[in-house]
Design a protein around this ligand. Structure first.
Ligand code: ATR
Length: 262
């Protein structure tokens, strides 16, 4: 039997992970089987146990189970602890290990675009789980300043208070969406606005050189505004490939070349 891998979520039909992992394996001459796994909303734990009990080797976790996966792990990487969410699971000697590769996936996607991160000033719009997962890797990549702007400013303030101790070399600050202004190297849209089809209006007083939308395959008013301003911009497909490359490297000990799959 081929080595078994899967991605678990609800819904799961839209997942691109099986095609990515199969393409990585093919490019490296490895054989594996990677399936989609639909778990009932109240059945994550049971479905995960079944997978590992049936000799499954590695499991990716997607919406809405990343926090449950985090809570269930025996051993967590530093970045998973900070993210408080896990998207990559494996077992060693009966112990469940968890990592979060989303943030490094974003960093690698941005580097593949040749956009600068070292000494950068970054604005992240949104203060949910997606933002929490990327702060530490962006800080590790050399960001000097990260401003978190959110519709509900209290959530941004709370996130800054939570995460500042983990990123001592980077200055975090919070503001409301209505206070957006100033000059940034990079603006990242980490809200779920594009997923729900909502517009996100960027004021003229906000200036930036690069714009990254974490969502992909959806119309994005954020990207439309970047395009109208003539600013370099990208949707989140590279981040998806980046997090998959990172998970693959953990499980297989070899790293597919990200740029080959963009
Ligand atoms: P995720 O885990 O994907 O980050 P989340 O925790 O539900 O999801 O967070 C969604 C984020 O998108 C939040 O920052 C939310 O803002 P609020 O905290 O004010 O709710 C933001 N968001 C969603 N729809 C938005 C919209 N139409 N305009 C602005 N921000 C929006």
């Amino acid at each position: 039997m081929r080595k078994q891998f899967a991605v678990i979520g609800n819904p799961i039909e839209q997942s691109r992970s099986p095609e990515l992992h199969h393409a990585f394996a093919q490019s490296l001459g490895l054989e594996l089987d990677y399936q989609k796994r639909l778990a009932p909303l109240d059945g994550f734990e049971q479905s995960m146990q079944q997978f590992f009990d049936a000799q499954g080797l590695g499991l990716n976790v997607t919406v809405p189970f990343k926090e449950q996966a985090y809570a269930r792990c025996d051993v967590l990487t530093e970045r998973a602890k900070i993210a408080k969410a896990v998207n990559t699971l494996w077992r060693v000697d009966g112990q469940l290990y968890g990592d979060n590769t989303d943030g490094q996936g974003l960093v690698d996607a941005i580097k593949a675009l040749d956009w600068p991160l070292q000494h950068s000033k970054i604005l992240i719009i949104g203060a949910g789980g997606a933002t929490r997962g990327v702060i530490y890797p962006l800080a590790q990549a050399g960001a000097d300043k990260i401003v978190i702007a959110n519709r509900t400013v209290e959530r941004a303030t709370q996130l800054v208070a939570d995460l500042q101790p983990a990123v001592a070399g980077t200055t975090l600050s919070a503001c409301g969406l209505d206070q957006l202004q100033g000059e940034f190297d990079l603006v990242i849209n980490a809200t779920s606005a594009s997923l729900s089809g909502d517009a996100l209006i960027l004021p003229e007083a906000l200036q930036f050189n690069f714009a990254y939308e974490m969502a992909y395959g959806k119309a994005s008013s954020f990207l439309e505004q970047a395009q109208l301003r003539g600013v370099a911009h990208s949707d989140g497909y590279g981040m998806l490939v980046g997090q998959a490359v990172e998970a693959f490297a953990i499980w297989h000990g070899v790293r597919p070349a990200l740029k080959q799959f963009l």
